[in-house]
Design a protein around this ligand. Structure first.
Ligand SMILES: Nc1nc2c(ncn2[C@@H]2O[C@H](COP(=O)(O)OP(=O)(O)OP(=O)(O)O)[C@@H](O)[C@H]2O)c(=O)[nH]1
Ligand SMILES: [Mg+2]
Ligand SMILES: [Zn+2]
Length: 276
């Protein structure tokens, strides 16, 4: 039996990469009827003769959107215009990464479309997120981004039209991935990338993924608090969620900083979203 990693899934055909070879495999009867379906990023045991996948090896983590497993780093592709910047979406994606034990890397795109005033505003956000300890790049910082690849499995995520495939094309001239202008009417992308595909690049693997126009969060309230840096503090009452509790330290700190307030609003909105 050989070990490999699934790099692409097309209906019931699984592309498995093993050393430097690539195999087109199908599921064996043994796993076909199991609840857990193989995803891109899964390490599998397969038979080179029969081209059957016999076993999915234990996962480090598994995301639903994008559907991918064993991710070390999530490149959060954050467009500042077309589609417009949304700190709510960014905060949501940070939570998805952190709660799945994935290192988030924020990459801003389309800063060239901003006027001076907007540039100053985005700069403040970048500074703030850096102050929280996150890595923040622009999609023009190719050298720095390349350094993130070594020995890592990376997934791109972000809205449709945010510039995920374009970034990969910038990083490697050979990929030539399809990209598309965003729809002027809807102000967002056209769902150009349809499949999750892992590419071998700079000593790591990176997945281009389909963008989304809306995204559900499936983590619990305690974890939202745990992974929201400024709000992961204890208050007067043990387990205070900082929503409307009397004497809450967090609520008392509001209005001191615009982005802090905005992150707080996002936090409350996310808690309410999972309460539904
Ligand atoms: N001005 C500008 N345009 C960009 C930038 N990055 C990407 N674009 C454009 O944005 C549009 C959408 O880019 P894509 O790379 O197709 O976006 P995507 O995130 O892969 O979208 P989906 O595959 O639908 O999820 C294309 O017209 C790109 O040329 C950027 O930094 N500046
Ligand atoms: Mg794309
Ligand atoms: Zn509180």
């Amino acid at each position: 039996m050989s070990k490999g990693i699934i790099t692409r899934i097309n209906k019931d055909l699984y592309t498995v990469s093993s050393d430097t070879e690539v195999f087109d495999c199908r599921e064996s009867g043994k796993i076909l009827y199991k609840k857990v379906k193989p995803t891109v990023g899964d390490y599998v045991l397969f038979d080179k003769e029969t081209l059957r996948i016999n076993e999915i090896l234990p996962r480090k983590n598994s995301l639903i959107r994008p559907l991918i497993s064993n991710i070390d780093k999530l490149f959060i592709i954050t467009s500042v215009k077309k589609p417009d910047f949304s700190s709510f979406l960014l905060d949501k994606l940070l939570l998805i990464a952190l709660s799945n034990n994935i290192k988030p890397i924020i990459i801003f795109t389309k800063e060239d479309l901003l006027n001076l005033k907007e540039k100053i505003c985005i700069k403040k956000y970048k500074k703030y997120y850096k102050s929280l300890g996150y890595i923040v790049y622009s999609n023009t910082q190719i050298k720095k981004i390349k350094k993130e690849f070594k020995k890592s499995i990376i997934a791109l995520t972000g809205q449709t039209g945010a510039g995920k495939s374009s970034l990969l094309n910038r990083l490697s001239k050979d990929l030539k991935l399809e990209t598309n202008e965003i729809s002027e009417v809807l102000g967002r992308g056209k769902h150009t990338t349809r499949m999750v595909t892992l590419y071998n690049l700079f000593g790591g693997l990176i997945a281009d993924t389909p963008g989304f126009s809306s995204l559900e969060l499936s983590i619990n309230k305690d974890d939202i608090k745990k992974y929201s840096k400024e709000f992961n503090v204890e208050c007067k009452y043990k387990g205070c969620k900082h929503i409307n509790e009397d004497g809450c330290k967090i609520i008392n700190k509001l209005s001191k900083n615009k982005i802090y307030d905005e992150r707080y609003k996002n936090y409350v909105k996310l808690i309410k979203e999972v309460e539904k």
